[in-house]
Design a protein around this ligand. Structure first.
Ligand code: HEM
Length: 438
């Protein structure tokens, strides 16, 4: 592993170390990944990542220090989400998106692809809905989803149970679908559609069958999924206009921008970003919290007896897992970060995994420390694009763990947990446990 200086004295990484940063498989090998980020952060905290062969992907600056990721996240004038794709993609993928959309590198126009005043206008439409005060109105619904989910876990038996497919994956999906007004029987279809549109990178998790298809077949599949999604939400929109309920889908369906209802594409973008942003993320932090408890029975017993410890466990699990592993930005002007000259138009990766494991900010960052204080992690980002669903994510996790702690006497790790292969949103895809119900 090594960093080099190019002719212009820019620090660069290429080859094995660069592949570690961009290869989905390396995110499944967590300790090795954290070692690589520690090495890069110490040697070259702001570094240009180069492809092995020109044209595979466009070089980008990798930002690994907590302070630098915070600065880039908060400066939404200098570091834009547009025009480059907001998530790292190989050029082949970007071309594919352009083909699909008629020129845009973004498959879907949404909050994460807007900047400046337009972004603010769209964000404001649902911001209130996602605030703690309003979320109290959905607490009871979330609690019944948590109850049903935990009951399913208990019913699954006394032998080994896999927490991910039984609890941490379906529960946040149920919550997000509920707030979007999607009935439970349509959830599998919605899950399939989001997977078809975004092509999850892990073959075990992406059930859309894409891995065996040609580019033409994938294009047709995605085009079909977008159409299906549009038709589905056109129906929901019509229902929520005729008969608004208190859910977020009603808020979007009846929202006005400059006095006009949202056009179909923007409305779809809103539904899609919520459907996509709200489940795998919370699933990963939930599974991480359960792993931490399973690895430390004393901690499980302590929090079972004293629920005031739960908030610390939830927050630390979100830092420790960092489910959203990166986002990309584009420099709007020449700017210096960490001693490096970033040029207008340069592409940057803000890496939340690296920032949340920066020893300059977090003592002993690989250790799960529920008492960590302060715990100003960057797992939800920062600045104008900071996660809209952060209060919902914390609430969902708190309610689920309250239920689990009420109903379980003990949990024990019953095999090796495995992580998904994904550079963007990632976490455990299996967590074998032995549980004892109360
Ligand atoms: C944006 C993380 C759960 C909705 C983001 C961003 C991150 C993130 C890192 C980008 C922040 C930035 O650019 O500065 C997470 C994590 C979650 C989670 C770690 C769970 C533990 C949710 C949930 C929802 C949600 C439950 C809603 C259902 C959104 C939306 C955005 C966003 C709409 C775009 C905000 C914007 O660009 O203005 N999230 N998220 N997220 N998240 Fe979350």
């Amino acid at each position: 592993m090594g960093s080099e200086a190019s002719a212009t004295q820019e620090p660069t990484i290429q080859g094995k170390l660069a592949r570690t940063v961009i290869d989905p498989a390396s995110y499944a090998d967590w300790d090795n990944l954290l070692d690589a980020f520690d090495h890069i952060r110490a040697a070259t905290p702001v570094v240009k990542v180069l492809p092995d062969q020109e044209g595979v992907f466009d070089p980008f600056w990798l930002i690994t220090r907590y302070d630098d990721v915070m600065r880039v996240s908060k400066d939404n004038q200098t570091f834009l989400n547009n025009p480059r794709t907001v998530v790292f993609s190989l050029n082949e993928g970007i071309e594919f998106a352009k083909q699909m959309t008629g020129g845009s590198p973004h498959m879907v126009a949404s909050l994460v692809t807007f900047d400046g005043p337009v972004h603010m206008k769209y964000r404001k439409l649902t911001q209130e809905w996602f605030m703690p005060k309003n979320l109290r109105s959905v607490e009871d619904e979330i609690r019944s989803l948590a109850d049903a989910t935990v009951q399913r876990l208990i019913d699954a038996g006394t032998d080994i149970v896999d927490f991910v497919p039984l609890v941490s994956a379906p529960y946040p999906l149920h919550v997000v679908m509920q707030i979007m007004g999607v009935p439970e029987e349509d959830e599998p279809r919605m899950l399939m559609l989001t997977q078809q549109m975004f092509g999850g990178q892990d073959e075990d998790l992406n059930q859309s069958g894409m891995k065996d298809m040609t580019v033409e077949q994938i294009t047709q599949l995605v085009a079909g999924a977008v159409k299906d999604f549009e038709a589905y939400f056109a129906k929901i929109t019509a229902e929520k206009r005729a008969n608004p309920t208190g859910d977020v889908a009603s808020t979007i369906a009846n929202a006005l921008i400059d006095g006009e209802p949202l056009n179909d594409r923007d409305m779809m973008g809103y539904y899609i970003i919520l459907a996509a942003a709200g489940h795998d993320t919370t699933s990963a932090s939930t599974a991480g919290a359960m792993l931490a408890l399973a690895q430390d029975p004393e901690q499980f017993a302590r929090v079972k007896a004293d629920r005031s410890l739960l908030a610390g466990i939830v927050e630390e699990a979100i830092r420790w897992t960092s489910p959203v592993q990166h986002f990309m930005r584009t420099a709007a002007e020449d700017v210096e970060i960490g001693g490096q000259q970033i040029k207008k138009g340069d592409w940057l990766m803000i890496n939340y995994v690296a920032a949340n494991h920066d020893p300059a900010q977090f003592d002993d960052p690989r250790t799960f420390d529920a008492a960590r204080s302060p715990n100003r992690h960057l797992a939800f980002g920062a600045g104008g694009h900071q996660c809209l669903g952060l209060h919902l994510a914390r609430l969902e996790m708190r309610i689920l763990f309250e239920t689990l702690l009420d109903k379980l006497d003990s949990i024990e790790l019953a095999g090796e947990p495995a992580r998904s292969k994904s550079t963007f949103v990632g976490g455990l895809k299996t967590l074998p446990l032995r549980i004892k119900a109360s």
